[in-house]
Design a protein around this ligand. Structure first.
Ligand SMILES: Cc1cc2nc3c(=O)[nH]c(=O)nc-3n(C[C@H](O)[C@H](O)[C@H](O)COP(=O)(O)OP(=O)(O)OC[C@H]3O[C@@H](n4cnc5c(N)ncnc54)[C@H](O)[C@@H]3O)c2cc1C
Length: 1162
């Protein structure tokens, strides 16, 4: 399948060859028609599957950090991509400007952005009409030409370049120009470019993030009329002369048909490959010179082994020669918010990435072998006599093997000498694996530059002479060492690794090649190989198998490796299980570790040898058991039969033995239970790099991997990267260790500096907890917060991280800066703080008067400063109803207010006892023994803790019974049952099917049991459970029956028998999005069904805008039920819609609201 770029070249060549008349640009209509053919059908899929999700992810934190967002879009076409972002993001866009040179598009865009009586604008909260300029966006130099205007005063939070920057040359100049238009404060803006891959060269610019979508395709109807629109659009011009243009179109149709691919499923369409990239820049895009002035740079091109990586143009390749240089790279990346890649042996596709700085560790190429006396450790019981090998991160497998065997020891590594650190950090499967384990299992220590702080860290055993000056032991040393063993490319830049050594063996290798006539024979031979050969081998032997096609026939190649540390034994070893069934070997060799590199069958035996470096390859590796089983054999054979190039093959490397001795959770390499690692190897001649032949071979590898995945017992994480096709494979890598790895990624690489390595899951707990600890002065808030942190951290089976932060520190800082007060005393000296309290309060109030959003800013700053913890406890809040006020700012987190209260007497005693606990407002200072302040609050905290008893027992119990349950697996399971449904009920909305929980096996029972246990009141005191149709009804009836309380139904007017009472209900959030159901309705209930003064729990499935619940509360009010007697429970809450705030505004703020689940989406 040709790419759109190669089609463009071919169309242009055809025009050059056939038409002599001058060319002219497309008219607006021609451009518009061509554009429509491109985005219709599968072209839209690229938006849906890639561009929109990527954009949503990229801009989410920027949007969340701002109250308002201003956008400039350059060349949006007839619709803005922003219109497809989640609703909560779109609502933030207050200013929208577009440069759309095509007048037709400009008009369509304007119409689309305007709301009508029936439809809401996709950007519903614009403060003024969209500013659509029907002119091109031009460089400053052109302003004098009359085509542009001065943009000097214009600044935007987001700038988008859409549709491959059509018509803009040179592209980097336009990007640089637009970068000047990004806002700089409080946090810089972001520019995002969507572009077809292959043609975007932005040398010297460093991107914030970059993602690619290699599988994008465009499907065009194979129809003369359609192709006549499509071809000139792709070529970028038409002929001025009408006849010449007609003639050219006939020729261009032929070009399209020759290059486009026909698919069986769509015989009337032509398919073109349209790989796409999304590149995001910030104002740091030009920061490269700052780094290159400090560290050594690779001049000219650097050839890495991997062919995909070789085709990429990194921003720069740094070649550190000292550890300090690596630190400088990290510090620079952290300062500018950009990612880094690392080059080890250069064999993966992720060591170089476009517009990203790459750190080539090649200069760290020393191998040190230390005997017991030299490293001072114990002699160990292994065969390597306790020696250690310190290998620097630029060493290749061959360097280590060569140097160590000269000293009589070795490290279990892989099969190719040129492979680098990526191998031992991610696993490392070799011929000693069955005897000594994987390469990563031999790691006992490492020196790593932290990508969180830039510090040099020593973990595990690092002989003193190899510890860099200033290296420190990190707090989470054990975690980091664990992660290094199998997922070590994700957490820091490794400078060196310490391996425990084994005695160097010699090897006897023997090869057999067996032709396979048909599937039946393949099943038989592979079954024999698995059971009679591999299954019978002792640990010092391993057998590899190859399935390949050669000389017109499917073949099974087998190599047996026998290792021995006494040369004599090798010579004496003659009989083998293979020989017993297949006769004498075709070839045999006795070699040492270096000679072994050349003894691999694929290097010299298959297809005339793959070792001559005239081929390129692409591999993915899955772990298999039972390779002789018929269904597996059939798939393996089918894989080879459907190979896209004659040189493709499957390589099965034997595991078991020592690999399996180690528990899955003992190292990060969690896939241990397998007999064979199946390397799906796509190979093509090197001169076909970058062509369709190479692309189709990569597709073959992914297709085979997908086909084998369900039969596999895991996936090798090495070489999996940001390619979306790797995501399903990565989900099966690391076995049970993924949650722990996700947590470590978040704490060790919180800024995602190593963004282009194996994709780890985003976060273990989708529902991060933020607890606002409020309460009266000296009630013991700080004391309790500290105890609760210790309970979270001490909960070993959850391995949670938690921290307390005081929000009032920011105000104190600002106060100190403005008044000259002593900040450290304000923060730490209680008496001094008391002395300044009135002035501080007045100062803060004045600041809030001038900057009403200041509390939100402080809150967000505190949250952002602690993204690395699971539980954040915030003290010092001064705001009324903080959950209602702030939860929309952290829509992915569960926000709770825990109000600590104590009697006046206790507080008076404490005022003398322990300090540091009084940042709440002074109005609460009490003079009596009551805890009357709760009634003084005009809102209801989520939870209340009575802190009257001395000691920490009560606080601990409270945390265990009331806080830890938010991390119970059942809640996570319930969350997983609320299936996300993209683009429902309209594009851009990610709908959570909360009601669908009841359709899942066990869903209703789980949900009602959680509702029962999470209720903070006493069910015995509840008189009725009320609910409004339809969602609430399902859960409420099950809950009412479970807690044995009568149910009260609230229905649409007209469905209940009289007498009834009714109120108006605006449409719910989702109904309002579905255009056919956007009108106000009445809801009603039977008049006397709730006894006056009854205690009522109102249950709804969803709390979004809060309109439905408000209507229900008004109805209950009509029925004589006061808000004091009502509690609200919701199965799921969507804080972005600020439902709690609405309830509070409507006078229901003192009602307790509990939601089982919290979702960030719309
Ligand atoms: C020809 C060939 C043979 C192979 N044979 C085997 C084999 O026998 N056994 C086996 O298990 N695997 C084998 N592999 C897979 C191999 O382990 C992976 O391709 C591995 O990622 C290559 O590592 P590298 O250092 O050469 O590549 P690179 O591309 O340089 O690095 C791979 C990854 O590691 C990261 N990385 C490298 N150095 C560091 C560092 N110092 N700190 C942090 N991150 C770092 C890179 O950023 C990249 O993400 C083979 C691959 C090929 C192409």
């Amino acid at each position: 399948m040709a790419t759109l770029d190669s089609l463009k070249r071919a169309l242009r060549q055809k025009a050059q060859a056939t038409a002599s008349s001058p060319k002219q640009p497309l008219s607006d209509t021609q451009y518009s028609d061509g554009f429509d053919t491109l985005v219709q059908g599968s072209g839209w899929m690229t938006y849906q599957d890639f561009i929109i999700p990527q954009l949503s992810e990229l801009v989410a934190s920027l949007f969340n950090s701002r109250i308002h967002i201003s956008v400039l879009e350059i060349g949006p076409g007839p619709k803005s991509v922003l219109g497809y972002l989640p609703h909560h993001l779109r609502r933030k866009v207050k200013r929208y400007t577009a440069f759309e040179r095509n007048g037709l598009f400009g008009t369509r865009l304007e119409e689309w952005l305007c709301s009508t009586s029936e439809t809401e604008s996709p950007l519903p909260c614009l403060e003024r009409p969209p500013d659509i300029r029907r002119i091109p966006f031009v460089l400053e130099d052109n302003i004098g030409s009359g085509t542009g205007a001065s943009y000097d005063d214009e600044k935007y939070d987001i700038i988008l370049f859409c549709h491959s920057m059509y018509g803009m040359k040179p592209k980097h100049r336009f990007i640089e120009r637009a970068l000047e238009m990004l806002v700089e404060r409080p946090q810089g803006g972001m520019m995002v470019v969507f572009h077809r891959d292959g043609a975007l060269h932005l040398d010297g610019l460093v991107c914030h993030r970059m993602a690619s979508f290699p599988t994008g395709v465009v499907r065009v109807a194979d129809d003369d009329e359609v192709l006549d629109c499509f071809a000139p659009f792709i070529a970028g011009f038409v002929m001025r002369d009408v006849d010449a243009d007609k003639a050219l179109r006939v020729e261009q149709r032929k070009v399209c048909r020759a290059l486009g691919r026909h698919e069986e499923a769509h015989p009337d369409h032509l398919l073109f490959s349209a790989p796409e990239v999304v590149v995001a820049f910030t104002q740091h895009a030009a920061a490269l010179p700052e780094l290159t002035a400090q560290v050594p740079v690779v001049k000219g091109d650097m050839t890495v082994k991997n062919r995909e990586a070789r085709l990429r143009r990194p921003a720069s390749i740094i070649r550190p020669t000292e550890v300090r240089h690596v630190q400088q790279c990290v510090q620079w990346a952290l300062k500018h918010g950009v990612g880094l890649t690392v080059v080890g042996g250069g064999h993966s596709g992720h060591c170089l990435w476009p517009n990203v700085v790459s750190v080539d560790m090649g200069a760290f190429d020393q191998v040190h072998i230390l005997t017991v006396g030299e490293h001072g450790g114990d002699s160990g019981s292994g065969s390597g006599s306790g020696s250690l090998v310190v290998a620097e991160a630029g060493c290749k497998t061959g360097d280590i093997v060569r140097k160590t065997i000269a000293a009589g020891v070795t490290v279990p590594l892989g099969a190719r000498p040129s492979v680098g650190a990526g191998l031992w950090l991610q696993g490392g499967i070799g011929h000693l694996a069955r005897l000594h384990g994987l390469a990563c299992d031999a790691i006992v220590g490492a020196v790593v530059v932290s990508v969180n702080t830039g510090q040099v860290l020593c973990v595990g055993r690092v002989p003193s002479q190899h510890r860099p000056a200033g290296a420190v032991r990190p707090e989470n040393e054990a975690d980091l060492l664990w992660a290094m063993k199998g997922a070590g490319t994700n957490f820091g830049i490794v400078v060196s690794v310490t391996f425990k050594a084994s005695a160097a063996p010699t090897y006897l290798t023997r090869d057999w090649v067996v032709p396979l006539g048909d599937n039946l024979e393949a099943r038989l031979r592979l079954s024999d190989f698995d059971k009679l050969v591999a299954g019978k081998l002792p640990r010092n032997c391993s057998a590899d198998a190859y399935l390949y096609w050669d000389a017109g026939q499917l073949r099974l190649g087998v190599t047996m490796f026998e290792s021995c540390t006494t040369g004599l034994a090798v010579a004496a070893s003659t009989s083998t299980p293979v020989g017993a069934i297949w006769g004498p070997e075709d070839d045999s060799k006795a070699v040492d570790g270096v000679g072994l590199f050349e003894a691999e069958m694929y290097v010299s035996g298959m297809h005339g040898g793959h070792g001559g470096s005239k081929t390129s390859s692409f591999k993915r590796c899955l772990f298999l058991k039972g390779i002789g089983e018929a269904n597996l054999v059939d798939r393996l054979v089918a894989a080879v039969e459907t190979r896209s190039s004659p040189l493709c093959y499957l390589h099965l490397l034997q595991g078991g033995g020592a690999v399996n001795d180690i528990a899955a959770g003992a190292t990060a390499f969690g896939c241990r239970d397998w007999d064979f690692a199946c390397v799906i190897t796509g190979v093509w001649p090197r001169d076909q790099d970058g062509t369709e032949a190479a692309r189709s071979t990569v597709r073959w590898v992914y297709n085979v991997a997908r086909d084998l995945l369900s039969l596999s017992s895991g996936v090798y994480g090495a070489d999996l990267g940001p390619d979306p096709r790797d995501a399903t494979l990565a989900a099966k890598a690391f076995g049970p260790n993924r949650p722990r790895l996700a947590r470590l990624k978040r704490s060790l690489d919180p800024h995602n500096v190593l963004a282009y390595t194996c994709p780890l899951p985003k976060a273990l707990m989708e529902q991060k907890l933020i607890i606002l600890v409020t309460g009266e002065s000296c009630a013991g808030k700080d004391y309790c917060a500290d105890i609760w942190v210790s309970v979270f951290i001490g909960c070993t089976h959850k391995s949670l991280t938690a921290r307390v932060v005081s929000i009032s520190d920011a105000a104190k800082r600002e106060y100190a800066a403005a008044t000259g007060a002593d900040l450290s005393r304000l923060l730490g000296d209680r008496a001094y703080k008391e002395q300044h309290r009135p002035a501080l309060t007045a100062f803060f109030q004045e600041q809030v008067r001038q900057r009403p959003r200041l509390p939100e800013e402080h809150f967000l700053n505190v949250v952002r400063s602690a993204v690395d913890v699971d539980v954040l406890l915030i003290t010092g809040m001064r705001d009324e109803a903080p959950v209602a006020a702030f939860s929309h700012l952290v829509p992915d987190s569960r926000l709770l207010e825990v109000h600590v209260q104590a009697s006046g007497q206790t507080r008076r005693i404490r005022r003398g006892d322990h300090g540091g606990d009084d940042d709440s407002n002074d109005n609460n200072k009490d003079s009596n023994n009551s805890r009357s302040n709760l009634t003084a609050l005009d809102h209801c905290p989520s939870l209340i803790f009575d802190n009257d008893t001395a000691g920490d027992d009560a606080a601990k119990r409270f945390a265990e019974y009331s806080l830890l349950p938010f991390f119970h697996e059942d809640l996570q399971e319930l969350a997983n049952m609320a299936r996300p449904v993209p683009d429902f009920p309209c594009p851009g909305i990610e709908f959570r099917h909360v009601l669908g929980i009841s359709q899942q096996p066990g869903g209703l029972a789980l949900c009602t049991s959680l509702l029962q246990t999470h209720f903070t009141g006493d069910w015995a005191k509840v008189d009725v459970v009320a609910c409004c149709e339809a969602g609430g009804l399902v859960y409420a009836s099950a809950l009412a029956s479970r807690v044995d309380v009568p149910l009260v139904l609230i229905r649409e007017a007209g469905k209940l028998p009289p007498p009834t009472i009714s109120v108006i209900k605006p449409p719910s959030h989702i109904s309002s999005l579905a255009s056919n159901d956007s009108k106000e309705k009445r809801i009603e209930m039977e008049r006397d069904v709730v006894p006056r003064g009854a205690s009522v729990v109102v249950l709804d499935d969803v709390l979004a805008t809060g309109e439905t619940l408000c209507a229900v509360l008004r109805l209950l009010d009509e029925a004589g039920i006061s808000a004091e007697d009502v509690s609200i429970m919701a199965v799921a809450e969507f804080p972005v819609h600020r439902g709690r705030e609405l309830l509070r505004r409507r006078g229901f703020g003192r009602i307790n609201i509990q939601s089982l689940l919290v979702f960030g989406g719309a």
